[in-house]
Design a protein around this ligand. Sequence first.
Ligand code: MG
Length: 380
Amino acid sequence: MSDLAPYAANEAQSRGRLHAEPPPGNRGEFQRDRDRIIHSAAFRRLEYKTQVFINHEGDHFRTRLTHSLEVAQLARTIARNLQLNVDLSEAISLAHDLGHTPFGHAGQDALNSCMQPYGGFEHNLQSLRVVDHLEDKYASFRGLNLSFEAREGILKHCSLKNARKLGEIGERFINRQQPSLEAQLANLADEIAYNNHDIDDGLRAELLTVEQLRDVALFRRHHDAALKAHGALTAKQARHETTRRIINTLVVDLTETSRANIQAAKPKSIDEVRQHDKPLMAYSDEIAAESRALKKFLFDNLYRHHRVYRMTTKAQRVVREIFDALHGDVKLLPPDFHDEAKHAEDEAGRARVVADYIAGMTDRYALDEHERLFDPRRLR
Ligand code: MG
């Protein structure tokens, strides 16, 4: 890739894989990472997992799979414009949500609360655990054996306590260093994607109204611009014409502000990016404030909406009841997980096997498993 900037990740300077492998013949190392992620079982399961809505609520809502594809699409565009490593930003984007539980944040909160005595549960750390350990199909190693750079990007935050246990990949949290620009980018592309598709899905589900959203400066400005450009709009057109303008504003601002930051800091390598005192990928102050206001609006009005809250409490109950049943009697686990639980060193190890099993479930699988465990009329 000759059009790669010196500050981009490049495979010649990669910190390598945990298990050494011969170089891929017909593709790059980061392409191989991306391909392994796409071929993983955890990636396929993203199709039936959701963030805000429950999978069976409707076919048009985003799932974690379509969300991850939107993140990758945004990251690729921005990476190309800044001469970053497109393959690596795509790989990180596609993998960033692999560790999510069923039922979005409700599921994660419930599992984290169940796991409190045993080290807690954190979806971001779980994404790393999926690619490092839980995917189990290669003869020579556990996990997908991804490059350091892909793993560094997947672990976007981490407590100091966990960082100390993780070795090399946790070091940057202890040393307060930055990840690659590709990782910084995937993180921001994630936010652009969910803020905008949650507006779209929220309006379609009638959990939000246009009138309400017009209190948010970023929305009002672009809604006005869409009306000015087209006159009357249908509800569907108004949604789309507004969010596409918001996305464009965020992408252009992020690209140009980051380009200016990079030009001022002049990092000559990925290591100089890592050692910089703050992330170089960023919005202008004005757009950062507007983006935060939108995020806060969604938090207050969508994620805490009565209908979402009611669904959330049901989902949490399902996760907690499954956890208690399986942790109380690990013989109820499917044979391969039961086997892992039998060989666990201690109570925390057994609980972790149960958490791994639950975290891997899709929304519909979790509902089904709950029935299998509790409904005596279910034969299997
Ligand atoms: Mg995400």
